[in-house]
Design a protein. Structure first.
Length: 338
């Protein structure tokens, strides 16, 4: 919250252009000079309870929680009684959902969403009055406005809007994350996945998933994070295509659908496997030889001889073994023709 201090905001709004000592432009209205980045409120002070005329001061306020007591707000020209203060802003609520508005005021307060009144305590009171209202806000961007007036006596006001994050109440899924990108680094064999932050006020975090091409995403995420990026340092180095997606989830346990698949092709650093079996390739295209097989291939097959059993080779007398000729010299017999 920014406390008003005199005419600082008004004097800061002056725009002066000078050429050769000549005054070309004078001060602009204070309210026109102030812009507040969403979701910060723009706060304007009026010296009446109808919010009309030129504001006495304008500033930015991130939290509505003010107690002026019996005095006047700090801007010049503001009275101690019969004054009004207006807070206004526009913000993106993401998927929207159930919210709780809480207000405490002395004297009057009214709260509007897109111009529709949601809180109404509009009377002169002697003690602080509190209100709690449950509101459902649609998805997307909406305006929020808070009007406060003090008629007489002490002045104080407090307002807050918070999502209802109970699983029994909140059934609204977050929106799918946007702006998703992937970048694969072949040198480090890692993949960085990045995305834009969701707008939901009850967002709990993000889940990152990875799958092999042709396979389904696993039930368990690769990683869970509250950041808007994740670096996968364990992606396989096998030359395959892998897909990534991101899903947002909220405090009630609702999860968004996944982002569009984004693919990376990894480097292949898997060594070739050695061949298996009795006959394969040993490298350089050479076949593997099984010498036990070669021995069986060169073994003579017995020939069938009439009158002999099948297991007796031809040329060998039945029931006799050939003589052993080891170490003996056989004399050569001369032929008949010398």
């Amino acid at each position: 919250m920014n406390r008003p201090r005199g005419t600082t905001a008004a004097t800061a709004a002056a725009v002066v252009l000078s050429t050769a000592g000549t005054l070309l432009a004078a001060a602009a209205p204070a309210s026109a000079a102030v812009t507040c980045a969403s979701p910060v409120f723009k706060r304007t002070f009026y010296a009446n309870t109808t919010f009309t005329g030129t504001p006495k001061g304008t500033d930015c306020d991130s939290v509505i929680d003010q107690n002026w007591g019996t005095g006047a707000p700090g801007y010049k020209g503001m009275p101690a009684d019969n004054f009004g203060v207006r807070w206004s802003m526009t913000r993106d609520f993401g998927s929207g959902g159930p919210f709780t508005f809480t207000a405490a005021t002395r004297d009057g307060i009214r709260v509007y969403v897109d111009g529709v009144r949601k809180v109404d305590v509009w009377k002169n009171v002697s003690t602080t009055v509190s209100r709690t209202v449950n509101v459902t806000i649609p998805k997307g961007t909406h305006s929020l406005r808070v009007d406060f007036v003090n008629w007489t006596g002490a002045a104080n006001v407090r307002f807050a809007y918070t999502p209802r994050a109970s699983a029994s109440v909140d059934k609204v899924k977050p929106l799918v994350p946007t702006g998703t990108t992937v970048a694969y680094d072949a040198a480090t064999t890692s993949t960085k996945v990045a995305w834009a932050r969701n707008k939901e006020m009850d967002l709990a975090g993000y889940r990152v998933y990875r799958r092999l091409k042709g396979a389904a995403y696993p039930a368990q995420p690769l990683a869970t994070t509250t950041s808007t990026s994740y670096t996968d340092t364990a992606v396989p180095k096998d030359g395959n295509v892998y897909y990534y997606e991101v899903r947002a989830y909220d405090k009630a346990g609702n999860a968004s659908s996944g982002t569009a698949d984004l693919a990376v092709t990894t480097v292949d650093r898997v060594a070739p496997r050695r061949p298996e079996g009795r006959r394969g390739q040993l490298g350089h295209g050479q076949p593997h030889r099984d010498h036990s097989l070669l021995g069986r291939q060169h073994r003579a097959r017995p020939r069938r001889v009439p009158g002999l059993p099948l297991d007796v080779p031809a040329g060998r007398p039945h029931g006799r073994q050939p003589p052993r000729l080891v170490g003996r010299r056989i004399p050569r017999t001369a032929s008949a023709d010398g």
